[in-house]
Design a protein around this ligand. Sequence first.
Ligand code: HEM
Length: 411
Amino acid sequence: MSEETYALPSILQLTPLDPGYRADPHATLDPLRARCPVHRDETAGTFILTRYEDVRALVSDRTLWRDPINAEPAARLSRGLEAIPADVPRSEASSILTLDDPDHARIRQPLTQAFYARIARFKPDVERIIDQALEQIDPTKPFDLMSAFCVPVPIDVIAAILGVDHARLVEFRDWSEGLIQGLNPFRTPEQTAHMERSSAALTDYFARAIAERRAQPKDDLISDMTRLQTEGAPISDIELRINLTALLVGGNLTTTDLIGNAIRLLLLNPGELAKLRADPGLIGPAVEETLRYEPPVDVTGRIASRDMEISGCPIKPSQSFTVFLRAANRDPERFEDPHRFDISRPRHPHVAFGGGAHICIGAPLARLEAQTAILKVIARFPNLRLADPDAPAVWRTLPFFRGLERLDLLA
Ligand code: HEM
């Protein structure tokens, strides 16, 4: 295609709502990165970046903003569909995902302290939850690994860490699916209604749970956080509730997709699967290579806090950036033979978890879950294979996420 005939993809064509992108995002992202690595999408009101070097530099820059309130009115993608409430403190309207300092650091610090201490002690529970899920699978018939395993495991794990009642897990899964629609800028009225119902239910659930744990602590993250509050951590109950909800939602779909994407890639690449079976010590690199090759989250965002220039393109304060982590992870300038899935790549400096001040707080948990899940799945099913190796993958259509709707397997 000549320079003259190249048409920039619209923002919709950069989501799985577009069948071409859904089937193969890199058929769109490769030419975009090669021809126009920084461009402004006027409909979305954002600069779109695809080169590894630019993406890495932006997500690592702690002086940039994340809170949409700092974005220009034209930044429609960053600002979302609803008006930003002006009468509520930002930290009581948004999770750390879209807060700026000092609120971001004030809340993220105690949350990280309590969360990471729990994850460090949680390995046996992760193993137990995974074993129980695997025991439910009948290997004599074809089964869908997504619904049987990849969907329930992460929600059971995060719910157990948070101390959510086991009896309410089914409701939690539904609420989590509803809430994730908040990240879907193209959601339907039905999806919006589901989101609002789920948000109200979770607000009610966590408000009660926080009050109960303060009165009577248990061995869970909610109790850890109420204890830190008592010891002086400057975080309100509303802030705590919003950020516990963010952990529940953030820890759910993304990890589901990571496990599903990894198993599919290993089955499509029998040589890589054989390497892993022969040396389970390769599980760390196998998960990192999946995160590079097929990241569950396509994009993240930042907002310019000053005049900047990126690859010769001038940027003004309050202009928004949408950085394509997926495109950066397949940049041939950074990764040799980037479209090859190779679990023995020497290093994996991918950007699947973003970077800088906002780097994914759940990364250690996602890694622990995925590593444990993948090893246990391949150990339990020594003859695991795709039910129909010629069938095209069935991807979900949620914008900016990449995960399988189904993964039909034979054991
Ligand atoms: C494979 C799984 C996961 C992927 C690919 C993923 C990806 C991401 C990305 C790209 C960001 C934005 C980073 C940035 O802007 O620099 C993020 C932030 C975040 N993630 Fe994850 N995530 C995963 C798992 C989890 C889990 C397990 C949890 C919680 C249990 C979680 C909770 C969060 C939260 C709360 C933030 C906001 C952090 C902040 O802004 O300070 N994520 N994640």
